[in-house]
Write a protein that binds this ligand. Structure first.
Ligand SMILES: Cc1cc2nc3c(=O)[nH]c(=O)nc-3n(C[C@H](O)[C@H](O)[C@H](O)COP(=O)(O)OP(=O)(O)OC[C@H]3O[C@@H](n4cnc5c(N)ncnc54)[C@H](O)[C@@H]3O)c2cc1C
Length: 457
């Protein structure tokens, strides 16, 4: 690692092992990209971020950013760019009077909630313990009980940024409000580098319980139609999912309906899960009603479902509210390409039926579908990726758009925002980064640049 004005930077021309570690060592997906930044800055403080941008300006390189390294398509790893890795830049400070927590972008959902839970508070961060808040919040953030607590980005009160020309700015509803608007939904096309988020927290509900109902895969339609029919009006502190997956007891894949509720008393938690228990259709293989759980246990389960050191391919679709959702999703749920892969339906109503605040995030429907294909060896790459493509192509006519968080624009380009919001976002990007200094959306051959995405189905 060479030092330039004490800047911790590893250049592409440095020792291969050190460069490779800096390039992809913090990338979650082990399907490594063939893209090579000119240098990687391991920023420890804000000043390093400003210095990195200045080097990029002087030498005419682009800039890419990594917070938690969990983007499926490794968006941070780009050619002809200085990659600013924020993994060593750490800050979490809670103002106990306002309940606002200030965090650096590499803070993870688990890190923030480990601190907050000691103070009786919660932030609805990502389900997986190690997802970075940087990428997660920029995309909107489907956090705990998103279906009624709302998108995690709705809890962002302000941000600090370093702009594409190296200025340090504060952004909120009143100052640099267009950047603040874009930070809630622009995803990896945000035209600046966020150095700090100011987040509103919630009181921590002290009692968590969960119910699971496991059906054979040939009962998929029954299971999904049931859970879909109760979801929209279900208790508002309860998260509801339907997952196609393999579990150890069965050779064939199964369909799991899961509910997790967050309440202030045990009595309320059990009562919240009763409606599902009373209406579950016959034919399930196993059930587990109102088991006591904790956020730590839920993080552990999510961590096991998304193991480290694996190759991943994820894709997703918001399914049209008027579609026959169970028929549209059946193939994806019942033809998983490996024992570790899973397909997910996430209930988004009633949030999907409420008007959103004025922000870039503007795409939703009642039905979020995602497929996470997980395997171990490069020889399975083509098979797993083509299965995902095949399933997604058939689903396309029933989709109204996608969530940035589980997308890969190199493979598919569709609609990610409402019509007006998409146009406004592309204008804001051009205003703040007219030269395309910050890498932006990684499409096929990384060409989108200043223009961004077309936002067309
Ligand atoms: C195992 C796993 C579980 C997941 N679970 C969820 C979930 O429950 N809910 C959900 O909504 N999503 C989930 N995701 C998707 C996840 O939110 C996105 O992949 C997100 O991009 C990850 O953020 P990151 O900071 O870790 O990623 P990174 O790869 O570090 O960042 C992704 C991109 O975001 C931009 N970016 C990041 N930080 C900054 C910054 N400080 N300034 C400017 N731009 C920045 C950059 O373009 C960067 O390349 C999951 C992903 C994985 C791998």
């Amino acid at each position: 690692m060479s030092q330039q004005n004490l800047l911790p930077i590893t250049w592409k021309t440095d020792a291969v092992e050190a460069y490779e570690h800096a390039r992809v060592g913090r990338v979650f997906n082990h399907r490594r990209p063939h893209r090579y930044p000119v240098g990687v800055v391991n920023a420890e403080r804000e000043e390093h971020i400003v210095q990195a941008v200045q080097i990029a300006l002087q030498k005419n390189f682009r800039v890419s950013v990594r917070s938690g390294g969990h983007s499926w398509a490794a968006w941070s790893v780009r050619d002809n760019a200085i990659l600013i890795d924020l993994g060593n830049y750490k800050q979490i400070e809670l103002n106990e009077t306002t309940g606002i927590v200030t965090v650096s972008p590499s803070t993870t959902g688990k890190m923030i909630n480990d601190l907050l839970s000691e103070k009786g508070l919660l932030f609805p961060g990502g389900h997986c313990p190690d997802v970075g808040l940087g990428g997660f919040l920029l995309q909107g953030g489907m956090g705990w009980v998103c279906r009624s607590w709302g998108w995690a980005c709705q809890y962002v009160k302000a941000i600090d940024v370093v702009t594409a020309d190296g200025q340090q700015l504060k952004c909120n509803e009143k100052e640099n409000e267009d950047l603040f608007w874009a930070a809630r939904g622009a995803g990896p096309g945000f035209p600046a580098i966020i150095t700090r988020f100011y987040l509103q927290t919630k009181p921590l509900p002290k009692h968590m319980r969960s119910s699971t109902y496991i059906f054979p895969k040939n009962h998929f339609k029954t299971a999904l139609n049931w859970v879909k029919s109760i979801a929209e009006t279900y208790d508002e502190d309860t998260e509801i999912v339907c997952v196609g997956l393999y579990i150890p007891d069965y050779e064939e894949s199964v369909v799991l309906v899961g509910l997790v509720t967050f309440k202030s008393s045990e009595h309320e938690a059990i009562a919240a899960l009763q409606e599902a228990e009373d209406s579950v259709p016959s034919g399930y293989l196993q059930k587990d009603f109102a088991r006591s759980t904790t956020l730590q246990q839920e993080y552990m389960h999510q961590g096991l479902a998304n193991p480290e050191g694996h190759r991943y391919c994820a894709d997703n679709a918001y399914i049209d509210n008027d579609a026959d959702v169970a028929s549209v999703l059946e193939e994806a749920f019942t033809t998983l390409p490996s024992r570790k892969s899973f397909a997910l339906w996430f209930a988004m109503a009633p949030v999907s039926r409420r008007p959103l605040p004025d922000m870039a995030l503007s795409m939703q429907s009642d039905h979020y579908f995602a497929i996470y294909t997980i395997w171990e060896t490069a020889s399975d790459d083509d098979r797993c990726q083509s299965l995902v493509s095949n399933v997604m192509n058939k689903m396309a006519p029933f989709s109204v758009g996608q969530y940035l968080g589980d997308s890969d624009f190199q493979v598919r380009n569709t609609k990610y925002w409402g019509e007006d919001q998409g146009k406004k976002l592309m204008r804001i990007r051009k205003k703040w980064d007219p030269e395309g200094r910050i890498c932006g959306y990684l499409d096929n051959r990384d060409q989108s640049g200043v223009e961004g995405l077309r936002n067309k189905l």
